[in-house]
Design a protein around this ligand. Structure first.
Ligand SMILES: Cc1cc2nc3c(=O)[nH]c(=O)nc-3n(C[C@H](O)[C@H](O)[C@H](O)COP(=O)(O)OP(=O)(O)OC[C@H]3O[C@@H](n4cnc5c(N)ncnc54)[C@H](O)[C@@H]3O)c2cc1C
Length: 486
């Protein structure tokens, strides 16, 4: 923004358009400087725009573009990669008012929803028709469908039912200059032209603001889930159990693993009464955990086999044949996040490797721990090879501002390298955001990196949308497209 007049005219135009939904109150803008990654943007944004619908969002983007002011799309702010933080010189465009579930069609098995609908609310609405919205990030009770699509969110069930991309059929999005784009279809099939829907999924607010989505619903399973929670004497046993459970040609609905440090952190955090079966008793020093669930015919037999395997590996387990019992067991894994929250003391990472290489990834993490002296409790989704190393900040490394110290980022970089060397990726589900932009080229390679940057330029030649996310500028002070950011 270039000067006071331009600023006050922008302010007048946006408050004329949105009334009370153009917010410049300091405390609201302060909260938008962060998300759940622990990153805090420099300075406060100019304002928060809360358009009611696609047309108003388009008008916000036209006004911002006319003033040369960058816009950061914002869902619920639960992101773990810093992609939604709003700092100085930026406008936040929130989908908080786009919360309408417009349609649920039990024949087409689709829903048409506003981008601000909370994931769990859509699933609850679909339940009335015997259907479910399958993508289930652990943040499903608090994150939006738009944010889930923008980050291509995954969840515990995604090895069986797919990540968000598999559930998105069509989108309405507003481009940086205010043009409204409609992509995809609501039919089961549709292959006309390039798949712009898939391109927008996972674009982290850099290609367009998603305002509405047509998503696939699937029938709810008609059997109660059967869950086994096991404590094994060591990580080797836990990995062996995971391998056996998947090699049997069966596909569990979910399969989670926790190493000794993760299990110890959760045990310290959760009261004993909330730790069912073997999780309640005293645990051996190196104990690791596996939680597995089946939700299809044959679940009982699969659970019986799992109990025998645990026994043979010297472990102890609990079996629950109802949803409520299963939820109690899963509560042990879900407690990992509150036990070790992202922020000043912990950096939560998100690498993913082929399932067959999980043991090698865990070995690499152990090596990095030994070489750097940084503890890295690691739990994850063994069903899809997605591990969440929690890199701990040692008291002596704390920075005055509470930022993650470079020493910890160096260890994280080694974790990323190890994942890439094993045929994996820097991020299984949290996205690149701002925090991992400096490693993007390492994974993509020069050709793919240049092509992706070109795609961004095609959508947004002036770099107006979320300019700090995904790509790092080559020159300091320039955005992803090389333009100077005000
Ligand atoms: C406790 C906890 C557990 C979590 N568990 C998981 C998990 O299991 N799996 C997982 O994948 N993630 C998980 N996350 C991370 C986070 O919840 C997801 O990334 C989620 O998809 C973000 O949704 P949001 O609505 O909060 O988006 P925000 O955090 O507001 O935004 C995230 C990114 O999407 C962009 N964006 C948001 N809305 C739009 C839109 N309408 N159009 C275009 N761009 C948009 C933003 O600019 C930003 O780059 C977890 C987070 C927490 C705090």
């Amino acid at each position: 923004m270039s000067g006071t007049n331009a600023g006050s005219s922008l302010d007048a135009e946006l408050s004329g358009l949105l009334g009370a939904h153009w917010i410049t109150d300091g405390s609201r803008l302060e909260a938008l400087r962060g998300d759940r990654s622990g990153l805090i943007a420099e300075g406060r944004g100019i304002g928060l725009a809360e358009p009611a619908d696609t047309e108003q969002a388009a008008a916000v983007l036209r006004i911002a573009a006319a003033h040369g002011v960058p816009v950061v799309p914002r869902g619920a702010g639960t992101g773990l990669a810093g992609g939604g933080v709003v700092g100085a010189g930026r406008i936040a465009l929130s989908t908080a008012r786009m919360t309408e579930i417009r349609e649920i069609d039990p024949v087409d098995q689709v829903a048409v929803v506003g981008a601000g609908v909370i994931n769990a609310e859509l699933d609850r609405a679909a339940r009335q028709y015997g259907l479910r919205y399958a993508p289930d990030p652990a943040s499903r009770a608090i994150s939006t469908i738009g944010g889930n699509i923008a980050t291509n969110a995954g969840g515990l069930l995604c090895a069986k039912y797919g990540v968000t991309r598999e559930a998105v059929l069509g989108l309405t999005a507003v481009l940086a200059d205010g043009r409204i784009l409609r992509t995809g279809h609501r039919s089961v099939k549709g292959v006309t032209g390039y798949d712009l829907t898939a391109l927008l999924v996972g674009s982290e607010g850099t290609l367009g603001v998603i305002t509405e989505a047509t998503v696939r619903l699937i029938p709810r399973p008609d059997v109660e889930p059967v869950t086994v929670g096991a404590v094994l004497p060591d990580l080797g046993g836990a990995l062996e159990l995971c391998r056996e459970l998947q090699a049997a040609g069966q596909r569990p609905a979910l399969l989670e693993i926790m190493d000794a440090r993760s299990l110890a952190a959760v045990t310290r955090y959760l009261p004993e009464a909330d730790r069912p079966g073997p999780f309640a008793g005293p645990l051996g020093a190196g104990s690791a955990a596996v939680i597995v669930q089946w939700d299809a015919e044959g679940a009982g037999a699969a659970a019986e086999r799992a109990m025998r395997l645990v026994d043979a590996l010297g472990g102890r387990a609990i079996r629950c044949d109802d949803e409520a019992g299963g939820e109690r067991v899963l509560g042990v894994r879900r407690a990992m996040n509150p036990a070790l929250p992202n922020g000043t003391d912990v950096l939560i990472e998100d690498v993913c490797v082929p399932r067959s290489r999980l043991a090698e990834m865990y070995a690499a993490i152990a090596r990095i721990e030994a070489e750097t002296g940084i503890e890295i409790p690691t739990a994850g989704h063994a069903a899809d090879g997605n591990l969440h190393p929690h890199l701990s900040v040692r008291a002596e490394d704390r920075t005055p501002g509470g930022e993650i110290p470079e020493r910890v980022w160096d260890a994280a970089a080694r974790v990323f390298r190890a994942a890439l060397d094993l045929g994996g990726t820097l991020t299984g589900e949290h996205g690149i955001g701002v925090l991992k932009a400096r490693w993007l080229r390492d994974e993509l390679g020069d050709e793919s990196f240049a092509l992706q940057r070109g795609i961004r330029q095609l959508f947004d030649p002036r770099g107006q949308l979320n300019p700090d996310a995904v790509f790092v500028a080559d020159d300091p002070g320039a955005n992803a497209n090389g333009d100077t950011v005000p």
